[in-house]
Design a protein around this ligand. Sequence first.
Ligand SMILES: Nc1nc2c(c(=O)[nH]1)N[C@H]1C(S)=C(S)[C@@H](COP(=O)(O)OP(=O)(O)OC[C@H]3O[C@@H](n4cnc5c(N)ncnc54)[C@H](O)[C@@H]3O)O[C@H]1N2
Ligand code: MOO
Length: 427
Amino acid sequence: MSPSAALSDPFYCGCETEPKPGALLSVDMALAKGLALVEPVQEVERMSLEQAHGRVLAEAVKASVPLPLFDNSAMDGYAIRIADIAGAGPWRLPIVGRIAAGDAGNEPLPKGATLRIFTGAPVPPGCDAVVMQEMVRLEGDAIWLDRRPKLDENIRRAGEDLAAGTEIISAGRCIGPRAAALLAASGCGKVAVRRRIRVAFFSTGSELRAPGVPLSPGQIWNSNRYHLQGSLNLPWIDMIDMGAIPDTPDLLQRALEQASRDADLVVTTGGVSVGDEDHMPAVLRAAGADIHVMKVAMKPGKPLVIGRIGTAIYLGLPGNPVSAFVTWYVIGARIAEALAGLPGAAPSRFIVRAGFDRLRHPGRCEFLPARLGKYDGHGTRTVEIATSHVSHRLALLGDADGLLLIPAETGRIQRGDMLEFLPFRDG
Ligand SMILES: Nc1nc2c(c(=O)[nH]1)N[C@H]1C(S)=C(S)[C@@H](COP(=O)(O)OP(=O)(O)OC[C@H]3O[C@@H](n4cnc5c(N)ncnc54)[C@H](O)[C@@H]3O)O[C@H]1N2
Ligand code: MOO
């Protein structure tokens, strides 16, 4: 994927200055540099549609048949030929047959008669209207009709939804419920999908223990591992969960080298800042990594590393749990999507109005956990934030409706200002 494609839907977060040595990269530039490293997986697997839910389609699919497949009735009623009811009504038509869904429906309609027909049943040749049963009066084996139906009334004509040969789903689309229904309706029982991408991940930190394990003083329960398990739990991803590795350079290097051999994408959390116990930059150098991004003009999420180790892309997320979440959400997920062959689309966003006043230092754009408030009477909702010091505050993130984007150059936000909001779709 070219960087320009990645930038087709940028964040306009205001930090898009040219990078100077040592300066922070804008979010869009960091993303573009990450996407420039991506070569989407090429291997293709063929499987039944049943097994392919949520996978990435490798080839476009064309309809081999028209949809609907044949002319059929949209209602339970009576099939007629309009030319048979000449002059002024009411008209009496004897019922000469019955066609239900699943019948071949090729019996001809004698002149001046009608056929009982049900929703989905084929409309026999020569019939050009179906009259709803509520619109007729039944008398013995005949119906009385008061109104002349319109041509094609209640008939779903073959091909009116889709002509045979039309591309129904393009390559790179995720087979979600809508795509699956369309493929199935078109008779496509087998599909070609890209292989799953392999994502290896581990948390760094000697303080980390698994949730539920008793803690000694100074220790905490690992949350980033579980955030990533949840984020990577997708049909197009094979997860390689390597757990937590203590802040010991040898162990980190071994884990990194193993991960880069096994995976297309390696994700770590923590150890990417400047402290003596932040070993990842040195470990990456020792493992022969090419580093393309080191620091990004975003808050939270400044210490974000993107690079390559052998054939794998490396993504070093900051250790603070909200920083790890935001950097994955805004940048990491899009790199993973691009690797899988999905067209990387920015998280959806819409305009909200600030429900608060705030002065801030311009420089980094912010992605802040925020809650939506009331509608303002013009279809726009207000938004509230608790604070901008969010990087460790998982409870704020847990309670948020989405992330509020504050552009880098903004120094003052006044109640009522329009801002962009990235809504969460899940927990
Ligand atoms: N002198 C400076 N110090 C820091 C800077 C800086 O620019 N200069 N940047 C700060 C920012 S911003 C961030 S974000 C953090 C990022 O640090 P690291 O990526 O090196 O992360 P750690 O130091 O390993 O951990 C930070 C924090 O997060 C906790 N943590 C780590 N992993 C997990 C996990 N899996 N589950 C739950 N919590 C985790 C860890 O205990 C620390 O509290 O650096 C600032 N410092
Ligand atoms: O990524 Mo740090 O995110 O600003 O706390």
